[in-house]
Design a protein around this ligand. Sequence first.
Ligand code: PLP
Length: 417
Amino acid sequence: MDVIDLFCNTSTICIGIPNPTRSSCSFRQSTIRCMSSSVLPESVKVDSKQDCGSLTGDSFIRPHLRKLKAYQPILPFEVLSIRLGRKPEDIIKLDANENPYGPPPEVFEALGSMRFPYIYPDPESRRLRAALAEDSGIEAEYILAGCGADELIDLIMRCVLDPGEKIVDCPPTFTMYEFDASVNDAIVIKVPRKSDFSLDVKRIAEVVEQEKPKCIFLTSPNNPDGSIIDDETLQKILNLPILVVLDEAYIEFSGLESRMGWVKKHENLIVLRTFSKRAALAGLRVGYGAFPLSIIEYLWRAKQPYNVSAAAEVAACAALQNPAYLEKVKVALVQERDRLFKLLKEIPFLNPYPSHSNFILCEVKSNIDAKKLKEDLAKMGVMIRHYSNKELAAYVRVSVGRPEHTDVLMECLKRLY
Ligand SMILES: Cc1ncc(COP(=O)(O)O)c(C=O)c1O
């Protein structure tokens, strides 16, 4: 294969595989030769007289991304297993709000009998959207599926935000909003929640007026504390001139109705949901959202064509075929949440917050270090979540597991201090 030369007045961009016969235009040991600075974007600072041999790869990266702090994901089960020196089945994983019951049996059967894994998936996820329409009561034309709700958060930002535009974030909350805003070169205006984790609506309204942000991300139930947003509060925020993205990743555990149907009445509302929690499909990555028709059209244009894999669609459809199983698992988790809450309350150094979700946030009293508590439990094979940001440094979040997981956690907590 040869080098492609693009002539642009006196400048040449060399793209391609090394060509030993053209020493002035070769890629060698990650150095780049003969690129004229006049054809490079301004962010790539090159002295025109200087040889480009000293140019490093990161100079091609968009400036705002060079400052980006990587998202801190959880460790995969296998890696965790090696680090802790325990078999995966001996680890009690209460750190990522996963559903410990796994999906309905139909999911395994459907995945095992997939006939066309070698064919690209349906770019419109038609089967899944039809099943979701039945499940949610809102027509399929309002629904778009994604590679997890995470993909949809990023897709919304890519469609809505120009670089330098603003979003409102209400911490403590799901940190992906802030992360994706940074990836999209947006500015994050933080309106912290009040001490009981409710939204500061007055401050949100002020910020909307003063800063003219484009959108606000709200989470109900909120991650990490499990509080919910009532209709009146949501309505007040919807009355502001701002696009409201309501993340309902945990709505099933709240006993409340989803607001997906509201997108038909509100041009400035998007509602996101996921199969990760309700259907225990976190590993397969399927999320979905309800959008006003005037917005969804642009997400269709901008999304990756095959964003929901064939396996993800098959699994999600199979999960929806067994609503009785999904209900049973949800009831089990809600009951266990209530038992866990009572037990955590008995631990003298923890102050758990009531939650409408499948996790419980606990304040760790000042005589105990929350990070050390997390590490000590990890050594005993019990994973819980601790946060590195200073607002939540004295808190841990415990996902609701099976009853036997709660029992082991309580035993470890009592043994520790
Ligand atoms: C509030 C919230 N939204 C979205 C997600 C991500 O959902 P998904 O797994 O569908 O990407 C999470 C995951 O923990 C979450 O806590």
